[in-house]
Structures are given as structure tokens and as C-alpha cells.
Design a protein around this ligand. Structure first.
Ligand code: KIV
Ligand code: ZN
Length: 513
């Protein structure tokens, strides 16, 4: 008999703790909507007490998400928990996720508390959280490095207080699969009321074993919730990757014998959205969502796949949302075809005006680029999807000159709240000249942390370049993304997009600086 594996996504909380992966409120809402489409069971929307920005994001997500449970993290104290409870108030289904460390090292050095004090605080926290919701999750931070008898005592006590989910994180990514699986199994055996809670795993990827450890927690340990993130985003080396764990359980159903509610055809869209918003590029050979994950280069493989797909493929590209029909539109495509393609890609624009604007940009692009791929369409509408802040800065035009042996120059025309502005500068290269030109007028004083360029569609120089610029100022980190067949133009767009975010009226949602 098969039972169910709960998928708990923490891209918006643990994922955002990845240095540089900060997101605006609107970006978090977009990702949350995509996670809902992906049909994740629980969306951890943030850490309400960490900042007003995070509080507001959780509240906004709690108001729009209907099909998934919305969750906030909270330390085991009344102030954090009541912040989480208030942020989650609009949610149809809400969960408070409270945690305290239980390993000797964390208790002694970090918390400076005795085991009895930690036990008492865990009980109080769960009791208090229950005033806001019946759905309370308790996490024993650094759980895997805790002493089993003490950990079992804490788990028994919080289950008695009504915690429905017990999560045992491998906070520092120290576990190996068979040991972690055994640890969870023994812990459940030592906890007398273990059958009254769902057991959950939360693994970090410091030794590259987060997915393997999580799966061992499920198959050996009997866990029935996995905490994971899109593209494995997360602190340091990241978290367990959602797409890998889900496809492992689905593809090897013969072994795991578990149901997962995920609509796997939404995986690639979710991956691209998270990558685009955070500026964290997905490596080409990444399982499931890497550009090469389903590419067969060798002649022997291609021949085999043509004869019978199963010779070299254990799942299909379409199952995870790679579109079979790559070339979609061109110069002669009409508004209706464009609209239909947006719908097929799961992109929702919030007004006819937004659709008309996007269609105009599509036409402009089609004038310069013969074939418009799905990736181009994603780039075309990124930043234009429902609810985005109105932009202060808009790119208008650019001219630049570079010649071997001479210092390049750039002239950028853009608008600031509708008023046209022209900026000129020279620089080390055309991109440097472009950024210096904008800065000569804007004087933002922001520090550039990252400049990266990627071809949106691989294997052709006709591809649009997608540029990410990561800026930091006064404790805020933002990512601006711009796409254009001309990478210097893409760079100008990315820089202006980052300035828009730096000057956004919303308080930043960034727990990492
Ligand atoms: O890694 C960890 O221990 C965590 C907990 C707060 C759940 O993220
Ligand atoms: Zn974590």
C-alpha cells in the first residue's frame, strides 16, 4: 500500500538565505504562485520576525495562495511566534514552524542554555504557536548532531503539546545517507508517541549528499515530509533539491512506493523563474533542470533513443516541463498566438495593457531575431508579471563605440519617472562604459557584487544575452536582470532594473546582510 510524501518547499526562506539570493516582495509572490501551480504541499514563505519586509511578503503570499499551506519560520519565543501568526492570518491554511537547537554544541555555545531549559522553551513555543493554528511544526536545529535520548525526550514533549510535524535537520550537511536514515528510524522508535506526528527531513548539501540523505530519511527512517528548494538553492552549498527528490520518488516508485502530489510539468518553469529572479544560474549538467539533462550527444545514445527511448532515458523531458516544441514564434505571429504561448508557459499578465506592452516588445524582438524561443518569451515578460512595482527607470536607447587600442565609450538614454535622461562615459570595456555612464548621473553609490552574462538559448550566437547585475547598498542586495540580442544593451537594462529594485518603496526582504 502506497502512502504520501509531503513536499515542503523552503526556497523563499532557506533558499533566500543563500548569499546574494535576495528577492523583492513581488518576486516572492511570483515564485509562491508558481510553487502553488507546482502543487507543493507547504510553502515556507519566510521568517516573519526577521524584517518588516519579510513579514509583509508572508502576509501577501498568505493572501494570494489558496491551494498550498503557507508557513512562516519562528524561533522558539513568543515574539517571533506572534509575528508569524499575524503574518499568516490571511492564509486559508497556515503553519507555524518553530525551532530551537538541540545539539550539545549549539545549546552550550550558541544558546548558552541547559538541556532542561531548551526542553522547557520548546514546549512553551509549541503551546504558544497552537494559539494561532493547529498546524505547528517543530524543528530541532542541528538535530542530526544531537544526542538521541535527549532529542527523543524533546520530540515526545512537543508532540504532546500538539506539534503535528517533527523536523530533524542536518543543519550543517554532515550526514551520510545510511547513518542519517538510521538516525531518523531510531529516533522514531525512541519517541513513544511518534505515530502522532509526521516526521520530516531537512538536509543541507555541504558534502553534496542532501538529496541522498533526504531519500534515506524517507526510505530507511520512515520520514514522510521532505524540506527542499527549487534548484537546491540555500545557505552555503544549498539544500536538498526539490526537482531531484520528486523525480527520484516518482521514477523509482517501484522502490519508494510513495505518492507525491507535485505537477512535475511545472518543474522547469519553476527552475527558470527562481534562476532568473535570484541570478543563480543552473549548471548545464544539473539533474532534471540543467540544459543538458536530456541532451544525447553521442551517436550511440542518439541511435538508441531513436529506436526506443527507454534505452537511454528513464524519464521524459516533457514530464518535467521541457517543451517538445522549441521554436515557437516569429515575426509573422499574431497577438493571439503570443497570448496562447504565454498561457501554455503558465505566464499570467494582470491586464490587457500589460499583454499589449509585452506583445509590442515581442514584435520589436522579432524584428531583430528570426526565431523566438520559449526562453526568449520568459525573458520578455520577466518583471512584467502581475503586481510588479511600477518602474522608475526605463531603458530607451544605447550607442557605444569600441575599437582595438582605444578606450570604449557609451551613451545611454533612459527615462526616470517618465523624464528622459542621457548619460555618457568611457570605460575599460563597453559594459564598464555603460555602467559608468548611468552612474555618472544617478550616483547610486551601490557596489556591484556580480555581473554575469548567459546565452538564453544555447548553441547559437543569435541567442539573446541575459545579464544579471547584483548590487549592494546599505545592507540591501538586489538582482537586476536584462535580456537583449546585444549584451551591452542587456547590461544597461540589467543595471537599470537593479536600480529600480534598490529604490523600490517596499522594505527589503533580505535576512542575509
Ligand atoms: O537548517 C536548519 O536547521 C534550518 C532550521 C531552522 C529548520 O533551516
Ligand atoms: Zn536549513
Amino acid at each position: 500500500m502506497s502512502d504520501r510524501l509531503i513536499i515542503f518547499d523552503t526556497t523563499l526562506r532557506d533558499g533566500e538565505q543563500s548569499p546574494g539570493a535576495s528577492m523583492t516582495r513581488e518576486e516572492k509572490i511570483r515564485i509562491a504562485k508558481q510553487l502553488e501551480k507546482l502543487r507543493v504541499d507547504v510553502i515556507e514563505a519566510g521568517f516573519a520576525a526577521s524584517s518588516n519586509g519579510d513579514f509583509e511578503s508572508i502576509k501577501a503570499i498568505a493572501s494570494v495562495v489558496k491551494d498550498s499551506t503557507v508557513c512562516s519560520l519562528a524561533r522558539a519565543n513568543d515574539k517571533d511566534i506572534s509575528r508569524a501568526g499575524d503574518a499568516l492570518a490571511p492564509a486559508e491554511r497556515r503553519r507555524i514552524h518553530t525551532f530551537i537547537a538541540t545539539s550539545p554544541l549549539h545549546m552550550q555555545v550558541k544558546l548558552r542554555m541547559s538541556p532542561d531549559q531548551v526542553l522547557e522553551q520548546a514546549i512553551r513555543a509549541v503551546r504558544f504557536a497552537r494559539q494561532y493554528t493547529d498546524d505547528v511544526e517543530f524543528s530541532a536545529e542541528d538535530g542530526y548532531r544531537s544526542e538521541l535520548p535527549f532529542l527523543a525526550k524533546v520530540c515526545e514533549a512537543v508532540i504532546k503539546e500538539g506539534a503535528r510535524t517533527i523536523n530533524i535537520p542536518d543543519t550543517v550537511g554532515y550526514a551520510v545517507p545510511s547513518l542519517y536514515g538510521d538516525f531518523i528510524r531510531q529516533l522514531r522508535e525512541l519517541t513513544p508517541n511518534s505515530d502522532q506526528a509526521v516526521w520530516s527531513v531537512h538536509c543541507h548539501n555541504d558534502l553534496g549528499m542532501a538529496v541522498a540523505n533526504s531519500l534515506a530519511g524517507v526510505s530507511i527512517g520512515g520520514a514522510r515530509q521532505v524540506e527542499c528548494t527549487i534548484n537546491g538553492l540555500g545557505e552555503r552549498a544549498g539544500n536538498c533539491s526539490l526537482e531531484e527528490v520528486v523525480m527520484a520518488v516518482k521514477t523509482r516508485r517501484d522502490f519508494f512506493d510513495l505518492d507525491v502530489g507535485i505537477d512535475t510539468r511545472q518543474i522547469v518553469t519553476a527552475s527558470k523563474l527562481v534562476s532568473n529572479i535570484t541570478g543563480f544560474v543552473v549548471q548545464p549538467n544539473k539533474a532534471i533542470v540543467g540544459a543538458n539533462a536530456f541532451a544525447h550527444a553521442s551517436g550511440i545514445h542518439q541511435d538508441g533513443v531513436l529506436k526506443a527511448r527507454q534505452t537511454y532515458e528513464i524519464m521524459t523531458a516533457e514530464d518535467v516541463g521541457w517543451s517538445a516544441n522549441k521554436i515557437v514564434l516569429g515575426k509573422l505571429s499574431g497577438r493571439n498566438a503570443f497570448k496562447q504561448r504565454l498561457e501554455a508557459l503558465g505566464i499570467q499578465l494582470d491586464s490587457e495593457q500589460a499583454l499589449n506592452d509585452a506583445f509590442q516588445r515581442f514584435k520589436d524582438l522579432a524584428d531583430r531575431k528570426a526565431e523566438i524561443f520559449d526562453e526568449d518569451i520568459h525573458a520578455l515578460v520577466s518583471g512584467e508579471v502581475a503586481g510588479e512595482d511600477p518602474e522608475q527607470y526605463r531603458f530607451i536607447a544605447l550607442s557605444q563605440r569600441s575599437e582595438t587600442g582605444e578606450r570604449p565609450t557609451a551613451r545611454v538614454v533612459y527615462s526616470v519617472n517618465g523624464a528622459e535622461q542621457t548619460a555618457e562615459s568611457e570605460g575599460n570595456g563597453p559594459v564598464d562604459a555603460t555602467v559608468k555612464a548611468i552612474e555618472s548621473v544617478e550616483q547610486s553609490g551601490a557596489e556591484l557584487l556580480l555581473f554575469s552574462v548567459n546565452g538564453i538559448t544555447s548553441g547559437t550566437t543569435e541567442s539573446q544575452g541575459e545579464v544579471t547585475m547584483r548590487l549592494q547598498k546599505a545592507g540591501r542586495i538586489v538582482n537586476g536582470v536584462g535580456a537583449d540580442p546585444d549584451i551591452v544593451v542587456a547590461s544597461a537594462k540589467a543595471y537599470l532594473s537593479a536600480l529600480n529594485k534598490l529604490r523600490s518603496k517596499h522594505e527589503k526582504v533580505n535576512p542575509q546582510v
